[in-house]
Design a binder for this molecule. Structure first.
Ligand SMILES: [Zn+2]
Length: 181
């Protein structure tokens, strides 16, 4: 999980910076008080947003250059997927969309269980089969629903975010200097 240690050479790096259309943040970087997705005022306390990264990056690893970086990129592609949880502020609209997958999934599971219970003795087995399918769909829905923002890269220290509001992106320094080895 989160490692408080920061890699050598990155001590001078700010906690967050802009890289092309992405935002790179230290896992422990303080997120802004406005909605991370659209920049609108947020309501309520910050919420945990769990990001999943499959190991496929648009830019490659930002923290290792050259041939070693390419090898590292392939290795990380093959490695197990990474997750990171950031505490972010969200406006009411994106607060709701964050939960859409969970709500859809819960409804599908309840629907499927109901079909199985009430259709258990049906000789055609149709209610049972549809019930099981609905439960499977319900279980997968939260994972299949796009996140409010997505990760393009995750390691022990950093997360590269996709879909962050321009208000945050444009307020950050850009990574003009070469990435530390
Ligand atoms: Zn928003």
């Amino acid at each position: 999980m989160a490692n408080p240690q920061i890699p050598a050479g990155s001590a001078t790096q700010p906690p967050m910076w802009a890289e092309a259309e992405y935002v790179v943040a230290r896992r422990d970087a303080a997120m802004p008080d406005y909605c991370i997705k659209c920049g609108e005022p947020a309501t309520g306390p910050k919420v945990p947003l769990t990001l999943v990264w499959s190991g496929k990056s648009m830019l490659g690893s930002p923290f290792r250059g050259g041939a070693a970086g390419r090898v590292g990129g392939v290795a990380s592609y093959l490695a197990a997927r990474q997750t990171a949880t950031l505490q972010v502020a969200l406006c009411p609209r994106h607060r709701l969309s964050r939960r859409t997958g969970l709500i859809v999934g819960a409804v599908a599971i309840v629907f499927g269980l109901g079909l199985m219970i009430f259709g258990w003795n049906d000789r055609t087995h149709v209610p049972k089969v549809i019930g099981i399918l609905a439960i499977i769909v319900g279980a997968l829905a939260p994972m299949a629903t796009p996140q409010v923002i997505e990760a393009d890269y995750i390691d022990d220290h950093y997360v590269r975010l996709k879909g962050v509001c321009p208000r945050l992106h444009d307020s950050l320094p850009t990574s003009a200097e070469p990435a530390p080895q």
